[in-house]
Design a protein. Structure first.
Length: 232
C-alpha cells in the first residue's frame, strides 16, 4: 500500500510543473501537464477491456496489459476508484461499449496554466485527443498524503462554482477543447495532509451531474489528471 502511494505521489509530481513568482501582486502561478493513469504507472480506473474476447466481464488494464486496438467498455455499475489495490481491477460485469479503442483513449493530452490574484484564480487549459464532441467536466480533487488501509478515495469538487456550472466543457469534432474560467475561491494546492490535483472526466452518457462527478466507470470516466504543486 505504501509503495503504491509513493508511486502516485511521484506521478502527481511528474504531472505538475510549478514556477515561482516574485511579484507581490500574484498569489499563485504555475503550469501543469496532464497525464493518463497508464502514463502514471497505474491501471486505468474508469474504462475497461474484456477479460477474454466476447466475455461478459471486463477489467481495469494497467501498463502493457491491453493492445492499442482493444475495444473499450464501461462497467455495468459504478466502480469506486482504488489505484492502490490490484484486486480492485476486476473482473467486473461488462457494461456498454464506449465506441473507441485503448489507443484512442490514451492519445489524449493536455496542459494548463493558473494565475491567482487577490483570491481570484484564472485557469486555462488546452486539450487534444479527447473524445470527439465529448462532454467533459474539470475536477479539483484531494487525497490523503499518507497511505490508508483501506484506500478512502478522493474528495472531488467541481472547478469553479459549486453547482458545477463552470466545470463543464465540450470537445470539438476533432477531439480538441479549451477550458478558460475565473474562479473564486482559487485552487487549493498540495499541503502536508492532502495532495491536490485536477482531473478531467468524460461523461459517456452526455450528461453532467452538478456537484457530483457521476458514477465512475459507468457513465463518468477520468481520462487525464495533473498534480498541483506544494503550497509555499
Amino acid at each position: 500500500m505504501k509503495s503504491k502511494l509513493i508511486t502516485i505521489v511521484a506521478a502527481l509530481s511528474v504531472a505538475s510543473t510549478a514556477y515561482a513568482v516574485s511579484s507581490s501582486k500574484v498569489d499563485k502561478e504555475f503550469e501543469v501537464a496532464f497525464a493518463s493513469h497508464i502514463e502514471a504507472g497505474m491501471a486505468e480506473q474508469d474504462v475497461m477491456v474484456e477479460t477474454s474476447p466476447g466475455a461478459q466481464t471486463v477489467f481495469r488494464f494497467g501498463p502493457g496489459e491491453a493492445a492499442p486496438g482493444s475495444e473499450l467498455f464501461a462497467a455495468a455499475q459504478s466502480i469506486p476508484h482504488n489505484p492502490m489495490d490490484p484486486a480492485a481491477n476486476g473482473p467486473h460485469p461488462k457494461g456498454q461499449p464506449l465506441g473507441m479503442t485503448v489507443g484512442d483513449w490514451l492519445s489524449a493530452k493536455g496542459s494548463a496554466s493558473y494565475v491567482e490574484l487577490d483570491g481570484v484564480g484564472h485557469l486555462t487549459a488546452e486539450f487534444e485527443g479527447l473524445v470527439p464532441n465529448g462532454v467533459y467536466t474539470m475536477w479539483h480533487f484531494f487525497m490523503s498524503s499518507e497511505a490508508t488501509e483501506p484506500f478512502i478515495g478522493t474528495f472531488d469538487i467541481p472547478v469553479g462554482d459549486r453547482d458545477g456550472s463552470q466545470s463543464v466543457f465540450v470537445a470539438d469534432a476533432n477531439g480538441r477543447a479549451e477550458f478558460d474560467q475565473y474562479i473564486k475561491p482559487g485552487l487549493q494546492l498540495t499541503g502536508d495532509q492532502l495532495m491536490a490535483g485536477l482531473a478531467v472526466a468524460w461523461h459517456s452518457d452526455g450528461k453532467t451531474y452538478g456537484v457530483l462527478p457521476g458514477e465512475f466507470g459507468y457513465n463518468t470516466h477520468v481520462q487525464l489528471f495533473a498534480g498541483l504543486p506544494t503550497a509555499e
